[in-house]
Design a protein around this ligand. Structure first.
Ligand code: SAM
Length: 287
């Protein structure tokens, strides 16, 4: 109990001083997992497909599309297959994620290596559609949605898929427990949970506040099972699902065994180790 109180005081002070896992840390983490991110896309890409809908892509004129926080380019590549008249701007700040698809050279696509917020602030371009896959949690949505509004044309569309509260059930508590046991190596906390909407209704509320109307919305959840706690942790690490957590500690190797021990205790079900991914996806139109 005393350990917990000490930890919360430490976290509180660090949050006040803004010594939290930051943009720079997430970028480094995505640089590390760029080669294994395909594991995520391989199984979750079919849900991303739900926001790449033909009815919003049919147009007589050339569509201006922004693939925001594009990563390894899953969305851009899917759009190219549709062979619609368009110009796509794909932005991400992880050079290694971008590096994975440098062979996709197409005159329709411009790839920009930049921080997303800086790009939105500085661009003069106006877009018909913004695609935004699996990255909402890394942004302050209030700042972001104002900027989305700024760069969209009238009646422009945001097509989004995002994790929501309740995803990776128990993982936050598990990390807090390990942090409490290993306070001497805790460097900075994460504040990512503030950036997850409360399900599909929460996502609608966030967008409506910034002058977007909801056209379509869905919520879903998938659970993955693993034979060992090590495999579960490896999944979380290689897919970016817990990107940033390694930066909490000044030496991750010192706590890894404790994390595995906690997974063993807390994520065991019917002979397997389970983890859930809960997410919402939808289409929003600027009013
Ligand atoms: C989970 S991946 C999603 C990639 C892609 N949108 C997809 O659907 O597969 C998250 C991406 O967000 C990017 N990202 C996070 N914060 C960012 C920022 N501030 N500016 C630009 N990119 C950012 C990361 O580099 C990473 O490539």
């Amino acid at each position: 109990m005393i350990d917990k109180i000490k930890l919360y005081i430490k976290i509180g002070l660090k949050m006040l001083k803004r010594e939290v896992v930051n943009n720079h840390d997430y970028r480094e983490e995505y640089n590390k997992i760029a080669q294994t991110y395909k594991n995520w896309v391989g199984v979750m890409g079919r849900f991303t497909d739900n926001i790449i809908k033909p009815e919003y892509l049919s147009s007589h004129k050339e569509l201006r599309i922004l693939d925001f926080a594009c990563g390894t380019g899953y969305i851009t590549k899917s759009l190219l297959k549709k062979e619609i008249p368009c110009k796509i701007t794909a932005v991400d700040y992880s050079e290694n994620m971008l590096q994975t698809w440098k062979d996709v050279q197409n005159s329709k696509v411009q790839v920009i290596h930049a921080d997303g917020i800086e790009f939105l602030k500085n661009t003069d371009e106006k877009f018909d559609i913004i695609f935004f896959g699996w990255a909402l949690s890394y942004f302050n949505h209030e700042e972001l949605f104002k900027l989305f509004e700024k760069v969209l044309k009238d009646k422009g569309i945001v097509a989004v898929i995002t994790n929501v509260k309740g995803t990776l059930l128990g993982i936050e508590e598990l990390f807090l427990k390990v942090m409490s046991q290993s306070q001497e190596v805790v460097m900075k906390p994460m504040d990512i949970k503030f950036n997850l909407p409360k399900g599909k209704d929460g996502l609608i509320k966030w967008f409506e506040k910034y002058n977007f109307e909801n056209l379509e919305i869905c919520e879903d959840e998938v659970t993955f099972s693993f034979n060992t706690p090590e495999e579960l942790l490896q999944w979380l690490n290689k897919t970016g699902a817990i990107a940033g957590t390694a930066k909490i500690f000044n030496d991750y190797s010192l706590v890894k065994h404790k994390i595995i021990k906690e997974i063993k205790k807390q994520k065991y079900k019917d002979g397997k180790y389970e983890i859930n991914h809960k997410f919402a996806y939808g289409i929003f139109r600027k009013l």
